[in-house]
Design a binder for this molecule. Structure first.
Ligand SMILES: *[C@@H]1O[C@H](CO)[C@@H](O)[C@H](O)[C@H]1NC(C)=O
Ligand SMILES: *[C@@H]1O[C@H](CO)[C@@H](O)[C@H](O)[C@H]1NC(C)=O
Ligand SMILES: *[C@@H]1O[C@H](CO)[C@@H](O)[C@H](O)[C@H]1NC(C)=O
Length: 440
């Protein structure tokens, strides 16, 4: 069923490295234009046919509120369609079963037993969910699985615990875990009072991502350095800052791909002049305008990877690293090159560094977002797919070409993941982490 073989080409994607080399001075997203667009759309709205009817009756409060705030007709239609898909259960794809080494389908739901538990010292103490409406083995498992935990446990009807470790636990009679029915179920039990019934999620072990090899600064030249593609995503007008930045990271053997926000014509023309003079700087004419946290940020990044196929001079790039107009290196470029080269084959993705369960909650994964009218609307709760293990962290990414090309390929997993990430806020903070962990 799954189409990915993790053991062949995709090896050793390290999740952790601090991208501390570059200092992000500030992030700038243009909100001024936002207002102009809104005005224009308001005008359009006044002229549209207001009697158009959605293809289903929308009852979800989030969806109703989002639709009422949509300005353009196109946006309203998009929100309505998606709200109806959410309602009739066709919005979320089923993901393929992972064939990778850390997933074992035999272990999914395999019973471990009933254990004595107490509030002060939980047997499974890594993460806790409360599902007063729909707790069940299935619900609890998928939530613990997506955050990478090895065990899940049901207790007290609505409680769901996740963890990786059963040390210090005391097994008790199975009957103790058959006290409470799961909410909304007649036959399934969801544990007992101070008694937790534990199962395996399907993951073999907790994965601690490899750390990148760190090499101290040195004057020696790097032998066979990798070919890095520096992607500069530019906004604003401060072209002098960008030129300084370019100068500090420029080497003739690397590639520089510049995307200027479609609203910034001054910056664009400045960049075209620079690109005129050298072969390894390319300014793309396929320009997007991005919004904070928007799904289009990821689409733009992937479009760049697709477009690279058509730039002959850049055909042997091995890594893509992304930057903005507010970045500046705090390491000499030769040292950066040395670091990347000595970790060849791995991608550089910084972890959120804390409990993945908390990360997922904080990022708002449980909500479905939709991008239109230059903003992200929250349109409902997500029915989370069963076989998806999520991870995330920094959205400054350094991606090996294999991972980059896999992420835009037509294979089932990346294809479905791309679709799902159209409805996720801040998609760049977890898309590549999630793809790479699927391959581990
Ligand atoms: C679900 O809703 C969408 C959007 O309205 C519609 O196109 C689709 O046909 C519906 N599917 C089912 C199975 O009802
Ligand atoms: C197990 O219990 C002992 C003694 O109560 C305690 O010192 C130790 O930290 C516990 N280990 C774990 C992993 O909770
Ligand atoms: C690129 O860099 C900026 C910060 O410099 C970041 O906000 C953005 O999301 C990054 N990631 C990608 C993949 O575009």
């Amino acid at each position: 069923m799954a189409l990915v073989s993790c053991n062949t080409k995709y090896w050793h994607y390290a999740i952790v490295i601090s991208l501390f080399f570059f200092l992000n001075i500030y992030l700038l997203y243009n909100t001024a234009q936002h207002t102009q667009i809104k005005e224009k759309l308001k005008h359009e709205k006044a002229e549209e046919n207001k009697n158009e009817i959605a293809s289903c009756e929308i009852v979800d409060e989030l969806a109703k509120s989002a639709i009422s705030r949509a300005v353009s007709q196109e946006c309203r239609r998009k929100l309505e369609t998606e709200a109806c898909q959410l309602k009739n259960g066709t919005f979320t794809d089923q993901f393929p079963i992972s064939t990778c080494s850390n997933h074992d389908e035999q272990l999914v739901d395999s019973p471990i037993g009933c254990f004595a538990d107490k509030k002060e010292a939980r047997v499974l103490n890594d993460f806790e969910y409360k599902f007063p409406q729909q707790n069940s083995k299935e619900t609890c498992r998928k939530h613990c699985y997506k955050a990478g935990f090895v065990y899940y446990g049901l207790e007290f009807g609505h409680e769901c615990f996740c963890g990786n470790d059963l040390t210090n636990s005391t097994k008790i009679d199975d009957k103790e875990c058959q006290t409470y029915r799961c909410p909304n179920s007649n036959d399934e039990f969801c544990g007992g009072f101070n008694a937790v019934e534990i199962f395996r999620t399907g993951l073999r072990k907790q994965i601690t991502p490899r750390k990148a090899k760190y090499l101290p600064p040195s004057d020696e030249l790097v032998i066979n350095p990798v070919k890095i593609l520096f992607l500069l995503q530019l906004n604003g007008r401060n072209e002098r800052q960008v030129k300084r930045f370019l100068k500090s990271i420029y080497l003739p053997q690397h590639y520089y791909y510049i995307h200027v926000d479609s609203r910034q014509s001054y910056m664009y023309s400045e960049m075209l002049q620079i690109a005129d003079k050298v072969n390894n700087i390319h300014v793309t004419d396929r320009r997007f305008s991005s919004i904070w946290g928007g799904a289009s940020l990821l689409q733009m990044f992937q479009q760049v990877i697709r477009d690279l196929k058509d730039i002959e001079e850049f055909s042997d790039w091995e890594y893509i690293f992304n930057f903005s107009e507010s970045d500046f290196p705090i390491l000499p470029i030769r040292d950066f090159e040395r670091l990347v080269s000595s970790n060849k084959g791995m991608s550089f993705l910084a972890s959120h560094g804390y409990n993945t369960g908390k990360f997922i909650q904080k990022q708002g994964f449980e909500f479905v977002f939709s991008e239109c009218d230059q903003r992200m609307f929250r349109i409902g709760k997500r029915d989370f797919p069963h076989n998806l293990r999520i991870d995330g962290g920094s959205d400054w990414v350094g991606i090996h070409r294999d991972l980059a090309e896999y992420s835009i390929s037509d294979q089932e997993f990346p294809r479905k993941l791309r679709k799902m990430f159209e409805s996720i806020l801040l998609p760049l903070e977890s898309f590549y982490h999630t793809v790479s962990i699927f391959l581990l």
